[in-house]
Design a protein around this ligand. Structure first.
Ligand SMILES: [Zn+2]
Ligand SMILES: [Zn+2]
Length: 176
């Protein structure tokens, strides 16, 4: 594990949300938001309204800017997000999760919680000087973000779709 569990989960969630904005957009319905919710084991307030979905969708460009910033740029964005939300870090333990940090009340809207969670996770990335764990997808035609938490830093593509497409292209190139 490169970072703590809660940090890795928050980073994975942020990358998933950012990449969902790639064409075709895969965050357009409550069911699609449910999938993200379940996959990343969110807890707390869930409105299931269009406003909530719109809020999360609208957050994606900001998350993208944060995940793709250089280290100093990321610091500015993290500090902005945290002061905007008046974040107060607290250690909490709930459900099956051992002690970890929440910096915003679980009664706050989902998009605000995701914004703060991502900012808190980026604190770890910045302090550990591990920004290189985040990169653009190696596929020339893809704007997706890659989070590489592997020991040997071998992850290059944002999805298996991109990985397979490039494997096929490389195979064809070798056959020529
Ligand atoms: Zn929690
Ligand atoms: Zn990709």
């Amino acid at each position: 594990m490169v970072f703590t569990h809660d940090t890795e989960l928050a980073l994975q969630a942020a990358v998933t949300l950012v990449n969902s904005a790639e064409d075709p957009d895969t965050l357009t319905t409550q069911a699609e938001l449910d999938e993200v919710w379940d996959e990343f084991q969110y807890s707390g307030r869930r409105d299931r309204t269009q406003a909530e979905l719109d809020g999360v969708r609208a957050l994606r460009p900001r998350l993208r800017a944060l995940l793709t910033a250089d280290r100093d740029g990321a610091v500015t964005l993290v500090n902005e997000l945290l002061s905007e939300a008046q974040a107060v870090p607290q250690l909490v333990r709930h459900d099956t999760f051992d002690w970890h940090i929440h910096a915003i009340e679980t009664s706050e809207p989902l998009d605000r919680r995701i914004a703060v969670e991502t900012a808190m996770a980026m604190i770890d990335v910045i302090r550990a000087d591990e920004m290189s764990r985040l990169a653009g997808c190696a596929d020339d035609t893809c704007q997706g973000v890659v989070l590489d938490l592997s020991r040997n830093r071998s992850k290059r593509f944002c999805s298996t779709t991109c990985g397979n497409r490039n494997a096929v292209a490389a195979y064809r190139a070798r056959q020529r």
